[in-house]
Write a protein that binds this ligand. Sequence first.
Ligand SMILES: [Zn+2]
Length: 528
Amino acid sequence: MQYAISYRRLSDKDQSNSLDTQQREIQSYCQRNDLILKHTFTDNGTSAFTFDRPEWIKLEKYLKDNKEVSFLVIYHIDRFSRATLLDALLKLREIEERLKVKVLSVTDSIKQDSNELSTQLNRIMQLMFSNNEYNRIKQRVTDGIYQSLSNGRYCTKAPIGYLNAKLSKDEIRTNKNAPLIIIDKTKAPLIKEVFSLYNSGVNIQDIKKLLPKLNLKGNSAIQRILSNHLYAGIIKVPAYKNNPAFEVDGIHKPIITKLEYYQAYNKINQKKASIQPTDEVWLRGILHCTCGRKLTAGNSKGKLGKMYWYYKCNTHKEVNLPATKLHKEFLQILDALSFDENEMKSIESILEQKIKEHQSNRGGNIMQLNLEKQKIEQKIKNVNEKFLLTEGIDKSVFESTITELKLQQSQIDVSLIKAKTDTDTLVVLMKNLLPKLNKISSVFYEFPLHRKQQLIKSLLPSPIWYNNIYATPKVNKLFEHKALILNEKRLLKIEQPPFDFDGFPLSTPIGSITQLELLEDLYMAFSA
Ligand SMILES: [Zn+2]
């Protein structure tokens, strides 16, 4: 819960927005945004041309004394001040930067970032015009923006990775198919890299360090990039004048695929529960407790100042597994999974066989995937219609259903690309991959953290837990014949988990997963 205070002012000249109206709007705004309104300050009939108002002075003192308050909500910026533009802007900045309190009017989004140009321009507009004038102008602008968005034409400030197209007003009006944002050739590849790193498990702090050229300010910048659907060519048109919200494909060029976007979207939303791994404990976020909870890690200093790491369960305090031991045993699993010369030869011939099968099943697979694609598109349509026609469906339930379906849709797209892959490419993949299977632990050892985790997920694609020995329900199909040896060597048990488990969200794409897809996934996991 976050705390807010509010400020109301009734000017002596303009009595159009009564104190009651202001109060009602402010209260409903706080309710909508989960803000607890702690106090309301009211100046009745005083001029707005100076900040020397009795209640205003009390308000500033209150903010200084009550650091838990992080929002100041007002009806409209003109309630805040009609002083000179400069004075008002300076006062706003003082409150936001010195007192760390965000100033919001009841039409602002709570997520609005005061450092953004659009917010600043908006405020200047609000301060320059009175409420009524402002609303009229805004209406005109909003109608235009709505029209443009509905046609898939993004028309406001280009986000990083794009540039605003330099078109004259005439060109904008006459050529409705000309996108208003174009790819920024220097920044766009970096944006793509942000998504690819994040989806492969690199944490946000590291992404920032890895991509200094993006020159981002603030910690939320990467998060903002990751949640921007525009990069995938998606335009979200908000609900407006009785029209419900909807999505369209933009006419601008996407930087990333929809799959990349939805993967990141899902990851961000699961983020709260996820656990960040580090180099010292690379099984964190992968290894489960027997209760099903993902293990976290902790450390303690030994006699010579050396750091000792342990895997722990937040529920079961008695679980305290030394990382050195677990890592050593895990590398033994990797060695046992590695192929010897003979196995390499036989796996090579199996794969060659599979590649032939791929070639002959290609047509059928593509057809089946196309069918699945149609089915899912129909489902999306149905869910959308149902949401529009039935009252009382929870919006968040609707959104998560749609996102899930769209994720499936983009996975089918990826499977389609894979199904269409030609034989030569697969042979090259295979020749590159096989030598690496000879001593997996040494390949693994050289990998940076996120690649280590990726490789583990590819080899052991379901939850792994530790109960005196490692256990998991299944290994990657290419290594299935090794499962027995692993079991005999008491390195890895293949068994059903003792906890409920509904699958890694992205490990098994629905539909026909072929050995070749496994080969490709594996290849991705191995190649640097
Ligand atoms: Zn536990």
